[in-house]
Ligand binder design. Structure first.
Ligand SMILES: NS(=O)(=O)c1ccc(NC(=O)CN2C(=O)C=CC2=O)cc1
Ligand SMILES: [Zn+2]
Length: 261
């Protein structure tokens, strides 16, 4: 079955290369984005999100993060434009966060990290027949990264944080219908883009990353609710809080980060 990995001392990001050698590959994510070194590319158009007919299905704790899954059996919710040649279908979104008062984003900006990072995961269903097939292709996935900073309450995030008690333990799942993630977008869709990878095992180098420049604001209280989730399953005696589930920035290895206008 799948190889075990986590975010601890014994099974965390510095060990992943033992079971997943691509961890030391040439297009790993996340990275530190240095705005002044990003090349402005006027051929990069705006990204377009068509989420109006999206169908969220469930919310679940996969032992690494909390994930909201979507019905991706047709093109009802897609991202297109920007660096993408085709529309990419929304499959799921999830978060990465730190411990109390510590930052937990995966991408950093000029060495600065945010409190958390939201990933909306999409796949090219024009070119590939399944998510699994796209996940192993060099241009198969497009992940939209959105930074979360702490401040006032986020008006819509409570719909998610109110459901977290239902998925406290690893492998727990509950219905989560009618959620449209466009309520989690910042006002500007200006972005950086670069070729990268999944930020957790299997670390496939199959992701076109699109990272929004503008963060959204959530409250420390709302973020605290993510930290009541557990990495561990209900039957396990250890109750390990789900926090600091982020991979640190990886070497750029000559890649170019482009900036929309
Ligand atoms: N953090 S991230 O880069 O957005 C990130 C996003 C997704 C995954 N993993 C998956 O989607 C798991 N998965 C496969 O790899 C193939 C089928 C499948 O379900 C890992 C990381
Ligand atoms: Zn992620």
């Amino acid at each position: 079955t799948g190889k075990h990995w986590g975010y601890g001392k014994e099974d965390g990001p510095s060990i992943w290369h033992k079971n997943f050698p691509v961890a030391q590959g040439s297009r790993q994510s996340p990275i530190d984005i240095v705005p002044l070194q990003a090349s402005h590319d006027s051929s990069l158009g705006p990204i377009v999100l068509n989420y109006d007919h999206c169908t969220s299905l469930n919310i679940y704790n996969n032992g690494h993060s909390v994930v909201v899954e979507f019905d991706d059996t047709d093109d009802r919710s897609v991202i297109q434009g920007g660096p993408l040649d085709n529309p990419y279908r929304l499959k799921q979104f999830h978060f990465h966060w730190g411990g109390k008062g510590c930052h937990g984003s995966e991408h950093t900006v000029a060495g600065n990290s945010y409190a958390s990072e939201l990933h909306l995961v999409h796949w090219d269903a024009i070119k590939y027949r399944s998510f699994g097939e796209a996940a192993t292709a060099s241009d198969g996935l497009a992940v939209l990264g959105i930074f979360l900073e702490t401040g006032d309450d986020h008006r819509w995030l409570h719909t998610i944080t109110d459901a977290l008690y239902m998925v406290k333990y690893k492998a727990s799942v509950t219905d989560f219908k009618g959620f449209n993630p466009k309520c989690l977008l910042p006002s500007s869709l200006h972005y950086w883009t670069y070729p990268g990878s999944l930020t957790t095992p299997p670390l496939h180098e199959s992701v076109i990353w699109i990272v929004l420049k503008e963060p959204i604001t959530v409250s420390e209280k709302q973020l605290g609710k993510f930290r009541m989730l557990l990495f561990s399953g209900e039957e396990e005696d250890q109750r390990i809080r789900m926090e600091n589930n982020f991979r640190p920035p990886q070497p750029l290895k000559g890649r170019k980060v482009r900036s929309s206008n």
